[in-house]
Design a protein around this ligand. Structure first.
Ligand code: TMP
Length: 235
């Protein structure tokens, strides 16, 4: 399968058309941004880590009954995926307080939550991905009730699978963001990526941050953290 035309370039990935109208190729870059693109940088090797990790996770999801857009890994940085229309929701799960939740709620980072939180943001860079609820999504036609129900069911399963997967590699899954798409038949499937860009992962013993917060917060050892996750997961 070969890349034809550049269809879209995002902050961390390029998407290319192929000869198959239902399949596109995702090409992972080393570019990193934070704070809605205000902060820019490069994390050397990130594209490889995120591509390999996402594909490994998506294969695992398929085996556990969660459908994904994965078709086939083509190279270190390139993967063929089903063309979907992305549901414009950033679906966030929080197991432990951190990041914007800690700020908004005045809860210290690292506090265990009594139950996982599932939250939505409206995927719109111009608006800064505002926090919304189900009614906003329904009222604006971002998704139907049935789609929201499916997304929530899958997301809860994904959280349980990921928590166990990372824990087995010595990492706590603090929170993460996923996105879903609709395939050509309108079926909801997991899309985008699962990587240290989109998950907070803390070392189970030391709570050392092994994710993009090292870049967001200028903590140093950014590449080392991505490589550590890669190594621990045996990718
Ligand atoms: P937050 O605490 O900043 O809201 O982030 C929650 C989770 O979502 C965290 O694991 C990082 C991830 N995330 C993204 O993947 N993309 C984004 O643009 C943002 C803001 C967060």
């Amino acid at each position: 399968m070969e890349k034809k035309e550049l269809m879209y370039e995002g902050k961390a990935k390029k998407v290319w058309t192929t000869e198959d109208p239902d399949v596109v190729i995702v090409d992972y870059k080393d570019d990193a941004t934070a704070f809605n693109g205000e902060k820019k940088g490069t994390i050397v090797g990130k594209g490889v880590v995120n591509n390999r990790m996402t594909n490994h996770v998506f294969k695992m999801m398929e085996e556990k009954g969660v459908p994904t857009h994965l078709v086939e890994e083509l190279s270190d940085r390139e993967t063929a995926v089903k063309k979907v229309s992305i549901v414009p929701l950033e679906v966030i799960v929080r197991n432990v307080a951190a990041g914007s939740f800690s700020k908004r709620m005045g809860v210290e980072e690292g506090k265990q939550l009594l139950c996982p939180i599932l939250e939505f943001s409206y995927k719109d860079d111009d608006l800064g991905d505002p926090f919304i609820n189900d009614d906003y999504a329904l009222a604006l036609g971002l998704a139907t009730q049935e789609e929201i129900d499916t997304i929530k069911t899958y997301t809860k399963e994904i959280n349980e699978i990921l928590k166990a997967y990372f824990l087995a590699a010595g990492m706590k899954l603090i929170d993460f963001k996923i996105e879903f798409g609709k395939d050509k038949d309108g079926k909801i499937i997991l899309a985008d990526e699962v990587s240290p860009d989109t998950c907070r992962l803390w070392d189970v013993e030391t709570n050392a941050k092994l994710d993009k917060d090292r870049f967001r917060r200028d903590m140093g050892n950014v590449e080392e953290a991505y490589n550590e996750v890669f190594k621990r997961l045996g990718l």
